[in-house]
Design a protein. Structure first.
Length: 165
């Protein structure tokens, strides 16, 4: 019986402590002023956003890490970067097209020749070129993805739209 009453006593103390802490938190919230559109008109003076300074410093650090010191991201920078990516896309497209044409020619030769030994050689080349074609198509897809990422990055970093057209 004494143990139960002692446990109830401890439980009441714990509940009292929790209630006191929640009361203190409520008082802190009441001390903080909540700004709404209606109360914004009543405010006088400057408004500062707390906690934002750390985020701004982190963003500045991240921005400085991306661009080496002294590198200016102007129109020339963005145009050159886009031109390089577009050249990669163009080269990858040409490679894909030439491999497709070569594979088509190998298939025509394969069916035109009756010699089994020669057919085996052609079939090996077809397999090799098909593998090369798959790799070239992956390169092309990656280059297109790089272009999309470049356009997004340029937009986020403030490049003017005319610089990347």
């Amino acid at each position: 019986m004494k143990r139960i009453s002692f446990l109830i006593f401890l439980l009441l103390i714990a509940i009292g402590t929790i209630l006191a802490q929640s009361q203190e938190e409520k008082e802190k919230v009441k001390k903080e002023k909540v700004i709404t559109n209606q109360t914004l008109k009543e405010l006088k003076g400057n408004i500062s956003v707390m906690g934002r300074e750390e985020e701004i410093k982190e963003e500045e650090k991240a921005g400085s890490e991306e661009a080496p010191q002294g590198e200016v991201k102007d129109e020339k920078y963005w145009r050159n970067l886009k031109r390089e990516i577009e050249e990669r896309i163009s080269q990858a497209q040409q490679k894909v097209e030439s491999l497709k044409e070569e594979i088509d020619a190998l298939y025509r030769d394969f069916y035109a020749i009756d010699d089994p030994a020669r057919r085996d050689q052609i079939q090996v080349k077809i397999v090799e070129d098909t593998r090369k074609l798959e790799e070239a198509e992956k390169e092309l897809e990656q280059a297109k993805k790089d272009l999309e990422e470049f356009l997004e990055r340029a937009r986020k970093e403030g490049a003017l739209p005319g610089w990347i057209r």
